[in-house]
Design a protein around this ligand. Structure first.
Ligand SMILES: O=C(O)C1=C[C@@H](OP(=O)(O)O)[C@@H](O)[C@H](O)C1
Ligand SMILES: C=C(OP(=O)(O)O)C(=O)O
Length: 431
């Protein structure tokens, strides 16, 4: 699908935020790891949430679904001995299930997206699993990956957090089910630390006991635990909503996004503060973010690691700010669906933005007068690149054509419908 994004000066209306991708992944996983029947209300519907649904079913969970909920009968610590799993392009699903697959004799994770997930590294998780009596077949740390499990063992485990927090989260979901107690120490830096907070929150809701140090670098996990079967309610999604809020910030707008909890543990909640710091007129109360944009923004400096999946949308807003913005501590954006620094900035430059990259920084020299546009954008298989470039297209002089825009469905299939409902001029062409 191709998205033709036309210049759109005004947006107005109200939306219900999509459901959180990260909570959907986690709740479906802990429901599968429980032995009874759990219910997940308002799960996300996207390619990534389809991936976790499909995989837990393949592993033996029984799912019944209606419009508002999924009822899941879990498999506990005894998944079906499946031979192959297909996680689509979902990094979190792959990494979380690589550990769970260690309870099966032999599982191969196939490589469906050689140009996206197929390029992402998993070495640090593989090294941790190898310490746990799990043999792993892989292609220099990449897919396809075969987990030779059967007898995973706890004990002292080290895992690097410098590329992704998902390796640590993966071990936190799996180790409570081991016979032995475990002690997990994070080596190097821990990136996307806030997301580990979401993992711990969900584990606690599922009745799992874990002792975590305040800096989240050290964990004591008692073995022989059981996940409780519970009811979970998925909250609204900040990373996807960040793009809608950015679109409102760069136009004359009056929009309200509902279901965005003020006290959410999602790191991307910080995009509300980022936009405020950029002088965007907005309020946040009763789970509603209300933006009354005037298209005027002020540059700022931000630690992007705190809102990792919201950085691209905030960079898109900064393209139109007065002054130079700096997003630092973002090196691990290079290891996502594409290299979200080099690949993304190349597309922004094509659109007419003035941007510079450092190994772990994005620098944006704002152009309040707007950018030229009038070019075709390569989506690089990345939903967040598509969403962010759409924001830029709305404020460009000649619009932008985004190739392969269907990849937006990885997390937010309704993105263009939502923008159109707010008045955005976007034409979608099926190819
Ligand atoms: O744990 C999770 O669900 C996620 C962690 C983050 O990844 P990193 O830890 O690799 O930054 C985030 O970007 C991803 O979308 C989801
Ligand atoms: C990086 C992302 O997802 P994942 O790592 O789960 O593929 C994302 O949703 O932006």
């Amino acid at each position: 699908m191709k998205a033709i994004v036309k210049p759109t000066p005004k947006l107005s209306g109200e939306l219900q935020a999509l459901s959180s991708k990260n909570y959907t992944t986690r709740y479906l996983l802990v429901a599968a790891l429980a032995e009874g029947t759990s219910t997940v209300y308002y799960p996300a519907h996207s390619e990534d949430s389809d991936a976790i649904r499909r995989c837990i079913q393949d592993l033996g969970a029984v799912l019944e679904e209606d419009d508002e909920k999924i009822v899941i009968q879990g498999f506990g610590r005894h998944p079906k001995p499946v031979k192959e799993l297909n996680v689509g392009n979902a990094g979190a699903v792959l990494r979380f299930l690589m550990s769970i697959a260690a309870f099966c004799p032999e599982v191969t994770f196939v490589n469906q997206y050689p140009d996206s997930l197929g390029k992402r590294p998993h070495d640090d998780l593989i090294t941790a699993l190898e310490q746990m009596n799990v043999k792993v077949g892989h292609q220099e740390g990449r897919l396809p990956i075969t987990i030779h499990g059967g007898q995973p063992k706890g004990g002292k485990i080290t895992v690097s957090g410098s590329i992704s927090s998902q390796y640590l989260s993966s071990l936190l979901f799996m180790t409570p089910l081991l016979e032995e107690d475990s002690e997990i120490t994070v080596t190097g830096d821990l990136k996307s630390k806030v997301v580990v907070g979401q993992t711990l929150e969900v584990l606690a809701q599922a009745g799992i006991r874990i002792e975590a140090s305040d800096d989240l670098m050290h964990f004591v996990v008692p073995g022989r635990q059981q996940y409780a079967a519970r009811e979970y309610i998925v909250q609204g999604d900040y990373p996807g909503s960040a793009a809608i809020l950015a679109a409102a910030a760069v136009t004359e707008s009056d929009i309200r996004v509902h279901r965005l909890l003020e006290e959410s543990k999602q790191g991307e909640r910080a995009v509300v503060d980022v936009l405020k710091a950029m002088d965007v007129p907005l309020t946040h109360a009763d789970s509603i973010v209300h933006v009354q944009g005037n298209g005027k923004l002020k540059a700022g400096e931000f630690d992007g690691d705190e809102f990792t999946d919201g950085v691209l949308a905030m960079v898109a807003a900064a393209v139109f700010a007065e002054g130079t913005s700096r997003f630092y501590n973002v090196e691990n954006l290079r290891y996502k669906e594409c290299d979200r620094i080099t690949d993304y900035l190349n597309e922004l430059r094509k659109a007419g933005a003035q941007v510079e990259e450092r190994q772990s920084e994005i620098i944006v020299h704002g152009r309040p007068e707007g950018v030229e546009g009038g070019v075709e954008i390569n989506a690089h298989f990345d939903h967040r690149v598509i969403m962010a470039l759409t924001v830029v297209g709305l404020r460009s002089k000649q619009g932008l054509t985004i190739q392969d825009a269907h990849h937006v469905a990885k997390s937010y299939p309704q993105y263009f419908d939502h923008l159109q409902a707010l008045g955005a001029q976007v034409e979608l062409i099926e190819e």
